[in-house]
Write a protein that binds this ligand. Structure first.
Ligand code: NAP
Length: 303
């Protein structure tokens, strides 16, 4: 089979064997620019595994039939990206506990004829923060922008690692409030923090953001703002302060506009490439029950 930029459901239905065989991939609606194939193919090569990883452009209504073909086509697993992470939960045979809490899966392992769902975004994020800033979430006051799929994974990770405080700032206040209520049991214990709450939601208005930034160590952008060149910054540059660490989960080969703004303000900042790397490395570990060749994956990502 000639491997096109992106394969389709029709390709899966009329499957033609290739060498090495395609046994992994990513399902998403707009995957043409996904960096996952270059990262995972480098890992497979380094690990001496004779298989390939491909992109699949799959529309929402195609997700169920596409997933049903993974076992018959002898796939080892699959990654899921926008907009399939939540819907896929309903189409797998088993979901691990952490992914069920988050309410989304980004990794499927095909095992014993079954599809098992996992979510590596939260743990990939924690590894990225440790690598970028040499700190653990446990020690941090976190201001999280967004309450969508990725933000939910990050918020659950912060809660489980017992971060000092967590503030969820979102456009849709109801979504942020629902997330915070799920996490409340993790923040019941007292901490010496002064007058600020350990767990709360805010809107995206400047006064609320300014107050929370003064009481935060790490600001995380988990909105898509920054993917398009004309997007505004998720937080106005004038609010950024030198004491902050800024992590923008949006990734690009160079610094994102948010990262540049943060660096100009004297803060430490990084974009989401390290999270992409580590969520991918964790997926590799799930698929193959062995450590991922992280440095080969990093090199492939950085180009
Ligand atoms: P999602 O489920 O659609 O959630 C998007 C969130 O961003 C929602 O909370 C939404 O707010 C908010 N938002 C969207 N547009 C906004 C705007 N114009 N102004 C303010 N807030 C806005 O998406 P997701 O799956 O969480 O992904 C978010 C981003 O993270 C994407 O760019 C994705 O590529 C990236 N990501 C990166 C990695 C990585 O490894 N680096 C991993 C996962 C995701 P409302 O709730 O108000 O709609």
């Amino acid at each position: 089979m000639i491997v096109k930029e992106s394969l389709t459901l029709a390709d899966l239905q009329n499957w033609k064997k290739s060498r090495p065989p395609i046994r992994l991939g990513v399902f998403g609606q707009a995957v043409a620019h996904s960096l996952s194939p270059q990262m995972h193919n480098a890992a497979l090569e380094k690990a001496g595994l004779a298989m390939r990883y491909a992109r699949f452009a799959i529309a929402p209504e195609e997700l169920k039939p596409a997933l049903e073909l993974l076992v018959p086509r002898d796939f080892a697993g699959m990654n899921l990206t926008v907009p399939h992470k939540v819907a896929a939960l309903g189409f797998v045979d088993e979901v691990d506990d952490a992914a069920a809490e988050i309410g989304a899966i980004n990794t499927i392992k095909c095992e014993d004829g079954k599809l098992r769902g996992f979510n590596t975004d939260g743990s990939g994020f924690a590894r990225a923060i440790r690598e970028e800033f040499a700190v653990d979430l446990r020690d941090l006051r976190v201001l999280l922008l967004g309450a969508g799929g990725a933000a939910r994974a990050i918020a659950w990770q912060c809660a489980k690692e017992n971060c000092e405080r967590l503030v969820v700032a979102n456009r849709d206040g109801g979504k942020a409030a629902a997330l915070v209520e799920e996490l409340r049991p993790f923040f019941a214990g007292p901490r010496v923090l002064g007058p600020v709450a350990r767990l709360q939601t805010i809107g995206l208005d400047e006064a609320a953001l300014r107050f929370q930034i003064a009481n935060s160590d790490l600001v995380v952008n988990a909105t898509p703002l920054g993917r398009n060149r004309n997007d505004p910054l998720p937080v106005p540059a004038r609010l950024l302060e030198p004491h902050l660490m800024i992590y923008d989960i949006v990734y690009s080969s160079g610094p994102t506009a948010f990262v540049s703004g943060a660096v100009e303000a004297g803060a430490r900042a990084a974009n989401g490439q390290s999270m992409l790397l580590h969520q991918g490395a964790l997926a590799f570990e799930i698929w193959f029950d062995r450590p991922a060749p992280v440095e080969a994956m990093r090199k492939a990502l950085l180009g």
